[in-house]
Ligand binder design. Structure first.
Ligand code: C2E
Ligand code: MG
Ligand code: MG
Length: 531
């Protein structure tokens, strides 16, 4: 694959870096914003809850005082009564005044006694319970020119102080009061001034937190009546006050995005170089082979070898075959790679194959190669050109879901009819089905090395091994066990069957052609059984 020209490379780097930085900055901005608003809402709810508790406390004091006034036997507004009222106010610590109504007007009060010479301006607020009414009082009973709240029960009343004094939150929080449907309305510093927001009147009487029309709201309601308190603040105000945190979030997000982008780019370019290096290596035929002996377990006699492809990058670092085979499959180079492997293996093993007709060379064939008829013909032609019998070249097909395709199965049969032994590689690695063995006419199954690792354990794979062997015997299939590393594994296998073939480090690591020839030459010469 050609590498990107430098200009395009720079544009790509710039594009990916900018995109990821922007995405990172935006994500962190959104996260920081959400965190800030969430914490502000929790804070607001705290103010509202605290206020409603205080308000309930004021009401308790007011009701206690009013009840005491009603139980008093003193004539209303008499000098003794006024003294008693003053004592009541003094002792409560919360009340500012107490007195008596006469109809709609105040008749006397602990503050101004009977000297009421003009009508006092009272504005009805609400009647949260029967017998109890709330008024706001301007002028006469105002404190520091702020209206106060008067609670009336029958003809008795008490003044509980400035509207909204129960609110102890900061000055930048707007504070509202509402009584369910009545919705009295408060707004600092002029409490209960102005109408409720028409778009969201329900907010003031529904406990909870809300984010609406650029404002945060938190409402708490009394558990004993329909009175609620709401704290509110504009979102912009909160965000402005937390701008340092938000800016830090944006910068951090941008940096994280850039780091993520560089990781992606590094992966992309390293893969690109890996791909282009593999493409060059295949074109220049720089891949090489190693061979791993396949033995009869009973007497450790070598009956064949598997050719395993090897590749080192231009810096000399080897790449695992699974990795470069996968790239070759993805880039559609697997045909060229397979031809290269076949031609090298035939060239390097021709002498052994011609002189030892029972020696079987195993070559791996990717299932994707089964889709390319021309390739299969070319491979067969190569074998014929060397004078090697097809029966001396076994084809290993990896068991995979892809191999279940009927057209691919037909191609496998064509190869078998041409005389090649067909070995099902890595049997038991995920797509195993014993019924699949009936579908294919095979010569051998290669049981994956994972099975060997389970010997002596309770793993399912270990327990089904004897069943696989019985089934293979019935189907007259040879069995090659992969990954035999220890003599304990070998002893176990010898006990369960005498006809097994094996491959693994116990019998030999993959070696180069010279070592394979040497191993073959050192074999004793008794009668040989075919694979
Ligand atoms: P495979 O065909 O199943 O090859 C056997 C793998 O098991 C080889 O790994 C071999 O080195 C390893 N092995 C052998 N004995 C032992 C053992 O005792 N213990 C352990 N742990 N491993 C053992 P390798 O060479 O890394 O090959 C990996 C896979 O790459 C092969 O698995 C095969 O699927 C694929 N491959 C290799 N060469 C080719 C090729 O020319 N064409 C195709 N299509 N695939 C190939
Ligand atoms: Mg194999
Ligand atoms: Mg295998």
């Amino acid at each position: 694959m050609p590498q990107l020209p430098p200009k395009k490379r720079i544009s790509l780097i710039f594009f990916v870096l900018s995109l990821c930085s922007l995405a990172g900055a935006f994500s962190c901005y959104s996260l920081a914003r959400e965190l800030i608003l969430c914490s502000a809402q929790t804070q607001l709810l705290g103010f509202s809850r605290e206020s409603i508790l205080k308000r309930d406390g004021f009401e308790d004091s007011a009701l206690q005082a009013l009840s005491a006034m009603h139980h008093s036997a003193l004539p209303h507004c008499s000098p003794q009564d006024l003294d008693a009222l003053r004592e009541l106010v003094f002792k409560s610590g919360i009340l500012h005044d107490a007195g008596w109504f006469e109809g709609k007007q105040i008749r006397c009060s602990s503050l101004i006694a009977n000297n009421i010479n003009k009508s006092i301006n009272l504005q009805f607020i609400a009647k949260p319970q029967n017998e109890i009414a709330y008024y706001r009082s301007y002028d006469h009973f105002s404190i520091a020119q702020k209206p106060t709240v008067i609670v009336r029960m029958g003809d008795a009343y008490v003044n509980i102080g400035i509207l909204g004094r129960e609110f102890s939150g900061p000055s930048w929080v707007q504070y509202f009061g509402a009584i369910s449907d009545i919705r009295g309305y408060a707004n600092t510093p002029d409490f209960y001034s102005g109408p409720p927001a028409p778009h969201a009147a329900w907010i003031y009487t529904s406990p909870g937190t809300y984010h609406l029309n650029g404002h945060l709201y938190a409402t708490a309601c009394s558990t004993r009546n329909r009175i609620c308190r709401t704290s509110s603040v504009p979102v912009n105000f909160i965000l402005r006050s937390e701008r340092v945190f938000i800016r830090t979030g944006i910068v951090l997000g941008g940096v994280l995005g850039a780091l993520f982008a560089s990781a992606i780019l590094q992966f992309y370019f390293s893969r690109q170089t890996l791909e282009s290096q593999l493409g060059r290596a295949i074109r220049k035929k720089q891949l090489y082979l190693q061979y791993q002996p396949i033995v009869r377990i009973a007497d450790r006699r070598m009956v064949g070898a598997e050719a395993l492809c090897r590749w080192k990058k231009e810096d000399g670092v080897p790449v695992p075959p699974q990795k470069f085979i996968a790239i070759a499959e993805e880039k559609n180079w697997i045909g060229s790679l397979t031809k290269l492997v076949f031609s090298k293996a035939l060239e390097e093993c021709r002498a052994i194959l011609l002189t030892h007709p029972d020696f079987c060379l195993s070559l791996n064939l990717s299932v994707l190669c089964l889709d390319d008829r021309k390739l299969l013909c070319d491979l067969q032609q190569m074998i014929a050109d060397c004078g090697v019998k097809p029966s001396s070249v076994a084809i290993e097909i990896t068991e995979s879901i892809a191999a279940h395709d009927p057209q691919r199965i037909a191609q496998i049969q064509t190869l078998r009819q041409a005389g090649h032994p067909i070995h099902l590689d890595d049997f038991g690695t995920g797509y195993s089905s014993l019924s699949y063995l009936h579908e294919l006419n095979l010569d051998a199954i290669k049981i994956d090395k994972a099975f060997m690792q389970t010997i002596g354990t309770d793993a399912v794979q270990f327990n089904i091994l004897p069943q696989i062997l019985t089934m293979s015997q019935k189907l007259q299939l040879n069995v090659i066990i992969e990954g035999i590393e220890t003599s304990e594994q070998e002893a176990y296998l010898s006990r369960i069957s005498s006809s097994l073939l094996g491959q693994g480090w116990l019998y030999g690591h993959p070696v180069d052609q010279e070592q394979l020839h040497a191993m073959q030459a050192s074999q004793p010469q008794p009668e040989q059984k075919p694979l």
